[in-house]
Design a protein around this ligand. Structure first.
Ligand code: IPE
Ligand code: IPE
Ligand code: MG
Length: 244
């Protein structure tokens, strides 16, 4: 059984690509939506556990900017579950002291969801516990393009000298501004790709791909990922201390 790594070995920021709901349902001869329902239970457990172990930042990929390409019925079901999750779980999140942020394009979601997002962020704004971020209608390329557009506009207006554009400045224009970059990105379901998730921010993240389908991802597996992370050697382009 994996044990909780001590705080110094805990990643500051874990980001998870929650994949495999559809296949989980298919294997049970259930409609894909049933997989998404089961996926919400896994979200609840992982959020609780992350709070329990004192993780500082947890980011969950819930809906990509490309997921609109799915059949309207599935998109509708996912939107419905998002609503349900916030209606059912926000009180517990508030009570656990977590601070909610939703990153993504708010212009495309329905008005009631946009208001729900704003309400969740407002209600948890003063919380000082874990930063709990949901990537919802999120795409990394779109995010970077929007930041570039904003800087270009400022430069065109004469408010910004292009020479002063640094990675830090661009970072500060991303949805994730203020959050540390993810140290660990986990993707479930055996797929080995980022699917447009936190492209800029994951420059030096440790990537971990696990075969478990998201609805089956539980506490034990989360701990196991943290344990494996604590034994990885991160170099950031430099040499390890033992060699330098
Ligand atoms: C992840 O599960 C949830 C979302 C993308 C919203 P999928 O729905 O992608 O499940 P698979 O990949 O088809 O099994
Ligand atoms: C990525 O999963 C998006 C989420 C987990 C929310 P997808 O299932 O949409 O990714 P692809 O299409 O397999 O790359
Ligand atoms: Mg998928």
């Amino acid at each position: 059984m994996a044990v909780v790594p001590n705080n110094s070995n805990l990643p500051r920021h874990v980001a998870i690509i929650m994949d495999g709901n559809g296949r989980w349902a298919q294997r049970r001869h259930l409609p894909r939506q049933a997989g998404h329902v089961a996926g919400v239970n896994a979200v609840r457990e992982v959020v609780r556990q992350a709070c329990d172990i004192g993780l500082e930042n947890l980011t969950l990929f819930a809906f990509s900017s490309e997921n609109w390409k799915r059949p309207a019925r599935e998109v509708g079901a996912l939107m419905g579950l998002f609503r349900l999750y916030f209606r059912n779980d926000l009180d517990e999140i508030v009570q656990r002291g977590a601070r909610v942020r939703i990153i993504g394009n708010r212009g495309r979601v329905e008005e009631d969801i946009r208001q729900m997002i704003e309400d969740a962020e407002r209600r948890t704004l003063a919380n000082t516990g874990m930063n709990l971020t949901f990537a919802f209608d999120y795409g990394g390329q779109e995010e970077i393009a929007a930041a570039a557009r904003e800087l270009a506009r400022a430069a065109a207006d004469g408010r910004l000298d292009p020479e002063t554009i640094t990675p830090e400045l661009l970072s500060s224009r991303l949805f994730t501004s203020g959050l540390p970059e993810p140290d660990l990105v986990i993707r479930t379901s055996g797929e080995r790709r980022l699917s447009n998730f936190l492209l800029w921010q994951s420059a030096y993240a440790e990537l971990m791909f696990v075969d478990t389908l998201w609805p089956d991802f539980g506490r034990e597996e989360f701990l196991d990922a943290l344990d494996k992370f604590s034994r990885r050697e991160r170099r950031f382009g430099a040499l390890p201390e033992s060699v330098a």
